[in-house]
Design a protein around this ligand. Structure first.
Ligand code: ADP
Length: 605
């Protein structure tokens, strides 16, 4: 029951088994190409048989087969962990979590228990001499035993079909020829190996990417995506490529709807399948698509490539480079179209993959502008996403560029940065760039054309200000007038923070915060640099004290009188400014002690 509630359609069990058989034939082909001692598969095929006497349905392939270890690792693990995880997934209220769990644990094979009470797998691995029988009842246990020798390597999966309940109107008889034929036609038509049933090849084996776009249905795209990726979610969108000219190739690419869990951690993940003239060559080929597009899945097929299996040689092939360039261009165009025509879907794409896509701004100096043009950002104005062009259209006439602030992951934290106050209080919109790569982008814009670089104004830089020349002058005068009163406090602060601060200054632009750090580099950048050992001396910053804030006014008076408490107060303000920058105080225990003392004071203890 649990199994069925996850898969709304039981028919797909057959698709899963056929898909595995097809993968096994692909793998055997790759092995034989790599190892010349292995003979080529003379009659590759997937054979389906039904037996109404024994009430069994079997799917045989002469693909790579499985060793005893493979059985334990691939099918055994699923049989064992599958049950528990499966029940968890099935019970989950959250559809996305459900899909993800299913995808993650590869319960494809497990779907047979929607229709069968027992499954038997007889298999012999390519190059191996032993044949094994794996049996499981879908109850979390399994057995593996020796079996009579199979003539050829490959696998036969036999399902002992469950009697369907007489009162179930939707029950289908999977031992009936027409039912099986219909399912194969529906789900497995594009499988590139012959699927043979009742001595006839049922599937057309037509590669979907070779067919004209107008003839392919949405369902076919989705089925193909599933076959290719084993992803249980539907793709967000697909991109069909039909390049003709000096280099001919076809492609069918997909953007998944969520990021697999290893995508961020592993920059080496991803890649597309490469076919040469309709013949499968390899999975996960990275060189067809730049690293920052590694979330894209799909197939590229070219007639012009040499039939050479070696990745190393293919990597340097000039045709691969041409394909890569033109595929990249096509992806940019299609994403741009998607942004213009279907913003809702585009935003989903951006939330899932924007972080990775933006890596290209620093990696791909040739195309950084293409990426920036279709990048989305959060801003101080609203919770909507915006493009740079949209921001520019809203810009105030006196604004010389786009105000940006980069910072930590947490958007709420970034939104409350005191650095925003002078800008927001004057009604300026500021881009909130909270991905790790944003900081790196803003830290050095020299890779951009000067015209582009000067448009992005990092408000953390001291030369970017929200003030007019007149306002700056007025502030300078205020600073001067305050100089005498400010000096004692500055002196104390500079003594305490001699190794951390370059200066202590009064500020007239902060509105609600008493303090703000400026200058130097951001704490995030500092920790990045430190982690790569590129920071011999820690950067010094400027402590800005809001001259109009009651706390600061009090401190100014205290400094003149030489109060002892002032050191703790200044340290706490400084720690506060560090916390607002997304970093932690140097001495957290001392920070806690000071805060507790203040609390005791407030509580009248
Ligand atoms: P997935 O196919 O998504 O990895 P499955 O549960 O369908 O998950 O299968 C688990 C694994 O078992 C496969 O990845 C494959 O290694 C192995 N396997 C399943 N069927 C076959 C087969 N017919 N031939 C060889 N290996 C197979």
């Amino acid at each position: 029951m649990m199994i069925s509630s996850v898969y709304s359609n039981k028919d797909i069990f057959l698709r899963e088994i056929i898909s595995n058989a097809s993968d096994a034939l692909d793998k055997r082909r790759i092995e034989t190409l790599k190892n010349s001692e292995l003979a080529e598969n003379a009659h590759p095929e997937i054979k389906i048989e039904i037996n109404s006497d024994s009430k069994t349905l079997s799917v045989s392939d002469n693909g790579i087969g499985m060793s005893r270890d493979d059985l334990i690792n691939y099918l055994g693990t699923i049989a064992k962990s599958g049950t528990k995880e499966f029940l968890k997934a099935a019970k989950s209220e959250n559809d996305e979590a459900k899909q993800e769990l299913i995808g993650q644990f590869g319960v494809g094979f497990y779907s047979v228990f929607m229709v069968a009470d027992k499954v038997e797998v007889i298999t012999r691995k390519l190059g191996g001499s032993e044949t094994y029988k794996f049996t499981s009842g879908g109850d979390g246990s399994y057995t593996i035993e020796d079996a009579p020798q199979r003539d050829e390597c490959g696998t036969t999966v036999t399902l002992f079909m469950r009697e369907s309940k007489a009162d179930d109107p939707e029950a289908k008889n999977y031992l009936e020829e027409w039912t099986i034929r219909g399912i194969i036609e529906k789900y497995s038509d594009f499988i590139s190996w012959p699927v043979v049933f009742k001595d006839k090849t049922i599937n057309s084996q037509k590669a979907i990417w070779q067919r004209p776009e107008s003839e392919i249905t949405e369902d076919e795209y989705k089925e193909f995506y599933r076959h290719l990726t084993h992803d249980w979610q539907e793709p967000l969108t697909h991109i069909k490529i039909n390049a003709e000219g000096s280099t001919n190739f076809k492609g069918l690419l997909f953007i998944p709807s969520y990021a697999p869990f290893d995508l961020f951690m592993n920059p080496e993940s991803g890649g597309v399948s490469l076919y040469i003239n309709r013949v499968f060559i390899m999975n996960d080929f990275k060189d067809l698509i730049p690293g920052y597009m590694r979330f894209i899945r799909g197939v590229i097929d070219s007639e012009d490539l040499p039939l050479n299996i070696s990745r190393e040689i293919l990597q340097d092939d000039p045709i691969i480079r041409v394909i890569r360039r033109s595929t990249q261009r096509k992806i940019f165009n299609e994403l741009k179209k998607l942004l213009e025509k279907d913003r809702e879907t585009y935003i989903k794409f951006w939330i899932a993959f924007g972080k990775i896509f933006k890596e290209g701004i620093i990696q791909d100096r040739e195309h950084y502008k293409n990426i920036l043009d279709i990048s989305l950002f959060r801003t101080t104005n609203s919770d909507e996403w915006t493009t740079l062009a949209e921001y520019e259209a809203r810009m105030k006439p006196e604004q010389e560029g786009i105000y940006c602030l980069a910072g930590r992951d947490n958007l709420t934290a970034l939104k409350s940065s005191p650095k925003l106050e002078p800008f927001v209080s004057k009604g300026y919109e500021v881009l909130l760039m909270n991905d790790p790569v944003d900081e790196v982008i803003l830290s050095d814009l020299r890779f951009m054309q000067p015209d582009d670089a000067k448009k992005l104004l990092n408000i953390a830089n001291s030369d970017v200000s929200a003030q007019t020349e007149d306002e700056k002058k007025a502030d300078e005068e205020k600073t001067k007038a305050l100089e005498k009163d400010f000096e004692p406090l500055k002196k104390i602060a500079m003594e305490i923070f001699a190794d951390k601060l370059e200066d202590v200054r009064p500020s007239f632009t902060l509105t609600s915060s008493p303090v703000c750090l400026s200058g130097g580099m951001s704490f995030q950048m500092e920790s990045i640099m430190r982690s790569v050992g590129q920071l011999p001396t820690p950067p010094k910053r400027i402590l800005e004290l809001n001259a109009e804030h009651p706390i600061v006014k009090k401190l100014l008076a205290m400094a003149k009188d030489g109060s002892e408490k002032i050191s703790d107060m200044l340290k706490t303000l400084y720690d506060q400014s560090i916390i607002l920058e997304g970093a932690a105080p140097d001495d957290p225990a001392d920070f806690a002690r000071r805060v507790n003392e203040l609390m005791s004071l407030a509580l009248g203890e």
